[in-house]
Design a protein around this ligand. Structure first.
Ligand SMILES: Cc1cc2nc3c(=O)[nH]c(=O)nc-3n(C[C@H](O)[C@H](O)[C@H](O)COP(=O)(O)OP(=O)(O)OC[C@H]3O[C@@H](n4cnc5c(N)ncnc54)[C@H](O)[C@@H]3O)c2cc1C
Length: 397
């Protein structure tokens, strides 16, 4: 069986590996010039803590040992379903019996005036990080648009690399999708104190000024922030163009069933480009779980993908913040344990006697306990009075 895996991110690489281990003839085509690498760890290169080569997960020797035909810098431009072939951007033809689409996401670029100026970046790939590192050398002022998980990670890394960093965020507190306002305020305070990040929020960006290079960010209230570089960390969009042009069913992502099959059973989709039961994932754990299921499907095994609740943890050392499930749903009861002065805060949301969401700040050791309650839907009534104190107290009850 000749399998063409399109996209050499974590999902595509994992699937290729599983298939090759079991004897499939696998071609892994990746648009990026690099060997497969750990995208999650890009912040360590941006901050200067690690070299690019430390991120490589599959070097040439390992790919050879697995007998995977790896094609770097190979963008697949079209899929010819009737012919069972694909065409690369350079015009070569690759023949397949099965395809795994693992094209991931593209970082969103805000369509602001000035967005195309040199000095405006997104944060997604090795190439992005290398370009940002060149721009911050010598001490620069960086504006990060977007105070979500990725924006804060970029901001902390740029600060570590020597830049003065200002985070411009549309909402009143950072990570608003994962945190309630209290935890968000604690986070902004701690990032200001320990990473020297300055927050401008809520604020709407209106344009980027400069002639041949970025000079300032202009806000909707008319104010300007002078800067040398702008990083847009405002979200991702599933990369579905190839699938759409091939006539596959695409909604927000490429629509797949529990076995990861697209609307054409010979073509599977996994990772951030796939949409399973109406949900598109944005984290590496579900992307890898989908890769395992897709490999099993192609090997003729029965395996169904089951989504788990998303969890969010910020990778900035010294900052302990974690959340999962529904955050501040209006129809839920809330339980709070808080010592804001000490930087400790915990808020849990319950509905029908079950945990539906949790935010932990300052101490995240109990995250596995709350995640288990969320995933299993186990009733919490028997130990509700002790629930906020964590596993040791609740389970003792
Ligand atoms: C800086 C950063 C930090 C992150 N931190 C975390 C974290 O802490 N925890 C977490 O869970 N997740 C994190 N993520 C998200 C995580 O990286 C993604 O969920 C994961 O990479 C998704 O894997 P994927 O294989 O589906 O897609 P991707 O990693 O996007 O890989 C897709 C690959 O396909 C290639 N491609 C696209 N189109 C084509 C084509 N037509 N032909 C050939 N190749 C193509 C792309 O170039 C890309 O290399 C982070 C992401 C970034 C950018």
């Amino acid at each position: 069986m000749r399998v063409l895996v399109i996209g050499a991110g974590p999902a595509g690489t994992r699937c290729a590996e599983r298939l090759a281990e079991r004897g499939a003839e696998v071609t892994l085509a990746g648009a990026e010039p690099a060997l497969p690498y750990d995208r999650v760890a890009l912040g360590r290169v941006l901050s200067g803590e690690a070299e690019v080569r430390a991120l490589i997960t599959h070097d040439a020797a390992r790919l050879r040992a697995l007998d995977i035909r790896f094609r770097a810098a190979t963008r697949i431009a079209a899929m010819e379903r009737a012919a069972g072939s694909a065409t690369t951007a350079r015009g070569e033809t690759i023949v397949w019996d099965r395809v795994v689409l693992a094209t991931g996401s593209d970082a969103v670029r805000l369509p602001l005036p000035g967005a195309e100026l040199p000095g405006v970046f997104v944060y997604r790939s090795i190439a992005d990080v290398q370009a940002m590192r060149r721009a911050v050398s010598g001490g620069a002022t960086a504006v990060v648009i977007g105070g979500g998980l990725l924006g804060l990670e970029a901001a902390a890394a740029l600060s570590m690399a020597g830049a003065r960093v200002i985070v411009v965020h549309a909402l009143g507190w950072p990570m608003e999708r994962q945190l309630d306002p209290v935890a968000g305020a604690l986070l902004a305070r701690q990032l200001g104190a320990t990473r020297r990040l300055r927050f401008v929020m809520p604020a709407t960006t209106e344009g980027i000024e400069g002639d041949h290079h970025v000079r300032a960010l202009r806000l909707a209230d008319g104010s300007r922030i002078a800067c040398d570089l702008v990083v847009m960390a405002v979200g991702i969009r599933p990369a579905v163009a190839l699938a759409r042009e091939a006539g596959l069913q695409v909604s927000r992502g490429i629509v797949v069933d529990d076995a990861m099959r697209s609307s054409d059973a010979r073509i599977l989709a996994i990772g951030e480009c796939a949409e399973h039961r109406g949900v598109v994932c944005g984290l590496v754990a579900p992307a890898l779980a989908m890769a395992e299921v897709a490999a099993a499907t192609l090997l003729g095994e029965q395996r169904a993908y089951a989504a788990r609740p998303d969890t969010a943890a910020l990778k900035v050392s010294g900052i302990a913040v974690w959340s999962a499930g529904e955050i501040a749903p209006p129809d839920a009861e809330a339980v709070t344990l808080s010592d804001e002065e000490a930087g400790f805060y915990r808020r849990l949301w319950l509905r029908g006697g079950r945990l539906v969401g949790a935010v932990l700040y300052g101490d995240t050791a109990d995250a596995p306990f709350y995640l288990d309650l969320l995933s299993s839907g186990r009733p919490v009534e028997p130990f509700r009075a002790r629930l906020a104190f964590g596993a040791a107290f609740a389970e003792a009850a």
